[in-house]
Write a protein that binds this ligand. Structure first.
Ligand code: BES
Ligand code: MN
Ligand code: ZN
Length: 514
């Protein structure tokens, strides 16, 4: 996709489609009035008809009258007072997503109505809209096209489907602005969007397609492409190292586990903020629950239990594209959680890499086991700060739904640093307390702790369990609710969402060296 920034007025732009963001109730004075006049009054007529509404992410497609574009697409951004970075990102994504199944090769989008309101102006809007348009183009149907052997090639066959169009050209229309600065910002947005799509395409792939070894091979390919160091730890070495929790989860499957470790920058090298940051992602390629088996209803969704791993692998690649050599570790413990005669049984007691004895009372609370050993290992590699990302609990989606990620962290200063990156990334989180009073509920009859207690407060207890397996500043992002959507939204297809990718990228880039 060619990216172009033009400082022309929107009515002078040529493209297949011109997208017009509507902020608040459409008011046909100023430039929107001029656009309306040149469409022959079409926009005002649509508004009068009730088709062009102020509700966020509603959209309409109108004829273009004497404009030099094929069609006009309006996308509502809601109230000006509530316009935040996430809304701007989703306006971009909604514009592209709305064109699903339509014939469009070039899309122009007028940024002024958004830039007039959002902090950061044209540059912030250019980055977020460009990223949104890239993210909005993703559709999981592209993963398994029926006319092509290359089953992971995104968009190899889209004709006759409702998939968003592959654009030859994206034109950002910013009359009177600094085109070079807007272009630079938009390029950054495109790269972050492509990284999120990469995470989504890995995450959406089915468990018969992506085993732990296949995920490791994907990571090796990425490492080669971006000149990253990689180490894939197989079960024999994991046993020598003492990764008892990690191995306990993987041992029930014929597809053996892989601890994937990637690094950009040097061994133990500190970044500009004096950190050796590690991002750790849960990579359960399929979570049947193991012997504590899950009910059949929606079990198919548990191929999504590797989203955390796919996200950290994509994020380190994105960081390598935007600021090569930035010190960063990515760890992705990859396993299949399956029942079988070799499986861990409820009540098995194993020794974690950090030496703690863990009583596995529920084999379906497996994410915390593999993450615990991965975090300890990250510290042995010199990590001074850790963020983990995991589809860890069902409880987080019962509490927060699909639009806000539950997060934990300690100390508070580190959590706040992660949230600064989150704000920049236009992603929403809500902090959950790590309440010490619940620690006794995780006590085991035999070991130092058990992996699952009673259902009350289980979301908090999942965080308390993880907290035992790190000694450095740590934050935990539970994407059990936000990692994938069951229904399409105006801005995104069903399936994996790419959530947290941008937060991790911004967090790492905050430490990029000049
Ligand atoms: N992967 C699941 C959590 C999950 C469920 C994420 C549904 C997204 C959608 C996790 O491994 C799990 O099974 N968690 C249990 C923990 C319990 C056994 C303590 C849960 O949430 O029920
Ligand atoms: Mn589970
Ligand atoms: Zn799981």
């Amino acid at each position: 996709m060619q990216l172009r920034v033009v400082t022309d007025q929107p009515w002078d732009v040529k493209a297949d489609v011109l997208a017009i963001p509507i902020v608040g109730e459409p008011a046909f004075d100023g430039p929107l009035g001029e656009l309306n006049r040149r469409t022959g009054g079409e926009l005002a007529a649509l508004a009068a008809f009730g088709e062009l509404r102020a509700k966020r992410f509603t959209s309409s497609i109108a004829s273009s009258g004497e404009l030099a574009v094929g069609r006009v697409l309006t996308v509502s951004a809601g109230d000006a007072a509530k316009l935040d970075r996430e809304t701007v990102l989703h306006v971009g994504a909604a514009a592209e997503h709305r064109l699903g199944g339509r014939h469009a090769r070039s899309l122009a989008i007028w940024l002024t109505p958004l830039a007039d309101v959002l902090d950061g102006g044209v540059e912030a809007v250019a980055e977020l809209v460009a990223r949104g348009i890239v993210e909005g183009s993703f559709d999981p149907k592209s993963l398994y096209p029926d006319d092509d052997a290359g089953h992971v090639t995104i968009g190899s066959s889209r004709s006759g489907t409702q998939m968003p169009p592959i654009l030859d050209e994206l034109i950002l229309v910013v009359p009177g602005a600094d085109a070079a600065a807007a272009h630079k910002a938009a390029e950054r947005g495109v790269i972050i969007g492509e990284g999120a799509n990469h995470a989504k395409s890995l995450s959406n792939r089915s468990a018969n397609d992506i085993s732990p070894e296949v995920l490791a091979q994907e990571a090796r390919d990425i490492a080669t492409r971006h000149d990253l160091w990689i180490d894939v730890i197989e079960p024999d070495r994991a046993r020598e190292l003492g990764m008892g929790m990690f191995l306990a989860v993987g041992q029930g499957s014929d597809n053996p586990p892989r601890m994937i470790v990637m690094r950009s920058g040097g061994e133990g090298e500190k970044d500009a903020l004096d950190r050796h940051l590690a991002i750790v992602g849960k990579g359960v390629c399929f979570d049947s629950g193991g012997i504590s088996i899950k009910p059949a209803d929606r079990m198919e969704e548990m191929k999504m239990d590797k989203i955390g791993a796919c996200t950290v692998i994509a994020a380190i690649a994105t960081v390598a594209r935007l600021a090569p050599g930035t010190p960063l570790l990515a760890l992705a413990p990859a396993v299949e959680n399956m029942p079988g005669s070799h499986s861990t049984r409820p009540g098995d007691v194993v020794k974690a890499l950090n030496g703690k004895w863990v009583d596995i009372t529920n084999t379906d609370a497996e994410g915390r086991l593999i993450l615990g050993d991965a975090m300890t290992y990250a510290e042995t590699l010199g990590a001074t700060h850790i963020v983990d990302v995991a589809t860890l609990t069902g409880a987080v989606s019962r509490a927060f739904g699909h639009l806000i990620t539950g997060a934990f962290g300690t100390p508070q200063g580190w959590y706040d640093d992660v949230m600064t990156a989150a704000d920049k990334a236009a992603e929403r989180y809500w902090q959950i307390p790590l309440l010490d009073d619940y620690v006794p509920d995780m006590e085991s009859w035999y070991g130092d702790l058990q992996n699952s207690g009673s259902a009350e407060g289980s979301l908090i207890k999942s965080g308390l369990f993880l907290r035992e397996f790190r000694t450095v500043p740590w934050a935990h992002l539970d994407i059990g609710g936000t990692g994938y959507f069951r229904k399409t939204t105006p801005w995104a297809a069903r399936g994996a969402t790419g959530v947290t990718h941008a937060t991790l990228v911004e967090l790492a880039l905050a430490g990029a060296k000049a």
